[in-house]
Design a protein around this ligand. Structure first.
Ligand SMILES: *[C@@H]1O[C@H](CO)[C@@H](O)[C@H](O)[C@H]1NC(C)=O
Ligand SMILES: *[C@@H]1O[C@H](CO)[C@@H](O)[C@H](O)[C@H]1NC(C)=O
Ligand SMILES: *[C@@H]1O[C@H](CO)[C@@H](O)[C@H](O)[C@H]1NC(C)=O
Length: 351
């Protein structure tokens, strides 16, 4: 093998191991006043908190590539009321006429219609065995706590959807985590760091790619004023700030913020505008799960993201003895929820 080729190969492998956090050790950051949430033991793929303090969480994702502690647990959409003293998730009923057994829920996002206050819940589902990507839209009936199915959306541009953020009763931005569609090619994409992961805008009359050039697009959220989209690039270790235009195009407005860790799902505190990120310390340990060397958990907060010097703080980190593989963090009035890919969930009272 030529020297140049060796150098390129070693460089690619070093780049890859850095991106996935292969060497990374956990430096614990303690947070007092935390407790495990009863009823959320098998992963909480995504959590979305409404301004009212009601939170939706998806649970029971079966990803053939990942560990699963509850293979027989059905997929569920949970409702949590953060105004209550104790956190008590309830499973939402899904209306007749929708085949609940096909639901394999991943990212989710809720949209409140300003006209009549209706709440729409958008759920990314990966029906098995193909693990394809379908967006299911439900209308939330808050009186009898039922999700009434509205429509199912699939589109060639929505080929490997991870997360989405709803921006209208039928429109959203979605992230495709991978460019390729088969597991072998996805692994190659990760190793070489292809940077073709993208964001797609969807509305019934207009579907198009609105941002690309990322290693692995994951969580996506909208700023409280609705003007910006925040995008997590897991292997880029960054949160990117994109401006939303009237025609729904997105453009980069500033340098991305380096969180120095594998950013998974992000959420925005509606009161402060702070970004909260559930992060993976080592994705390697999540993907190649070992009982005697479990993945840890980390929560990072970004303040003043639009300023010259955003403040990045590691709020919480632990070695997995409590919760493994944190993937989402969301706050409501100093209450923090931390969800994981396939493990337990944590509730913390901040300050
Ligand atoms: C969100 O977190 C879940 C795990 O809780 C993870 O599986 C998923 O890839 C993350 N991405 C989303 C939905 O943004
Ligand atoms: C959308 O609007 C932006 C800003 O006005 C403009 O730069 C861009 O070219 C427009 N894109 C499309 C597809 O019309
Ligand atoms: C993980 O951390 C806990 C408490 O912080 C400690 O008791 C335990 O020994 C640690 N486990 C490993 C494998 O380092």
């Amino acid at each position: 093998m030529g020297t140049l080729l060796k150098v390129i190969l070693v460089g690619a492998i070093l780049g890859f191991t850095h991106r996935i956090g292969f060497y990374k050790e956990v430096e614990p950051v303690d947070l007092p006043n935390c407790q495990l949430i009863k009823g959320m033991e098998y992963g909480s793929e995504d959590i979305h908190i409404l301004p009212s303090g009601l939170a939706f969480a998806s649970t029971g994702l079966k990803n053939p590539q990942l560990k699963c502690f509850g293979p027989d647990k059905p997929a569920e959409i949970l409702l949590i009321d953060l105004n209550e003293e104790t956190i008590h998730p309830i499973s939402l009923q899904i209306s007749d006429g929708y085949d609940v057994s096909s639901l394999n829920p991943h990212g989710l996002s809720a949209y409140t219609d300003e006209k009549d206050g209706s709440i729409y819940l958008f759920v990314v589902s990966h029906p098995l065995p193909q693990y394809s990507s379908i967006i299911e839209i439900f209308k939330f009936n808050s009186e009898n706590k039922v999700l009434v199915h509205q429509k199912s959306i699939s589109h060639p541009l929505l080929h490997s959807v991870n997360d989405l953020v709803a921006v209208g009763p039928e429109s959203f931005y979605a992230t495709n985590d991978f460019y390729f569609k088969t597991p072998a090619m996805m692994h190659l994409e990760m190793i070489i760091g292809l940077k073709k992961s993208n964001v797609v805008y969807y509305s019934p009359g207009d579907v198009r790619e609105v941002a690309t050039g990322f290693y692995l697009c994951n969580g996506i959220a909208v700023s409280p004023d609705g003007k910006y989209i925040y995008l997590a690039d897991t292997f880029g270790h960054t949160v990117n700030v994109l401006e939303k235009h009237a025609n729904w195009s997105l453009s980069n407005v500033k340098k991305s913020v380096d969180l120095e860790t594998l950013v998974d799902n992000i959420s925005v505190d509606p009161e402060t505008g702070d970004i909260w990120a559930g992060c993976q310390i080592s994705l390697f340990k999540v993907m190649f799960y070992k009982e005697d060397d479990v993945p840890g958990s980390e929560v990072v907060r970004v303040q003043n993201i639009h300023s010259e010097r955003p403040v990045v703080t590691r709020v919480y980190a632990e070695n997995g003895s409590l919760i493994q593989g944190s993937s989402v963090a969301a706050v409501y009035k100093k209450k923090l929820l931390v969800g994981t890919v396939f493990h337990r969930a944590l509730y913390c009272q901040l300050e």
